[in-house]
Design a protein around this ligand. Structure first.
Ligand SMILES: [Zn+2]
Length: 81
């Protein structure tokens, strides 16, 4: 039984959308029209980091603070892969 849901909208209204180059099933969400991979945990984390960096960039002018946080995110990503 599949319990896949969209990492963007949590919708379960999904259609198959081919495969990525590493063979992972890709899906497209009928609710928000975004596509994602079945093993989306890595991508979700990656996207979360990107969003957090973007938010930091928008909300802070302290470049040293941003770079320190980015280094921490990269470290967390490295040890959890
Ligand atoms: Zn969605």
């Amino acid at each position: 039984m599949q319990t896949i849901s969209c990492p963007h909208s949590s919708s379960k209204d999904l259609v198959k959308n081919g495969h990525s180059e590493n063979g992972s099933q890709r899906w497209r969400c009928n609710t928000c029209r975004k596509s994602f991979q079945l093993d989306y945990r890595y991508n979700a984390r990656k996207q979360g980091i990107k969003e957090q960096i973007a938010a930091l960039t928008l909300n802070s002018s302290d470049v040293r603070d941003i770079s320190r946080r980015v280094e921490l995110f990269n470290f967390i990503q490295f040890i959890t892969l």
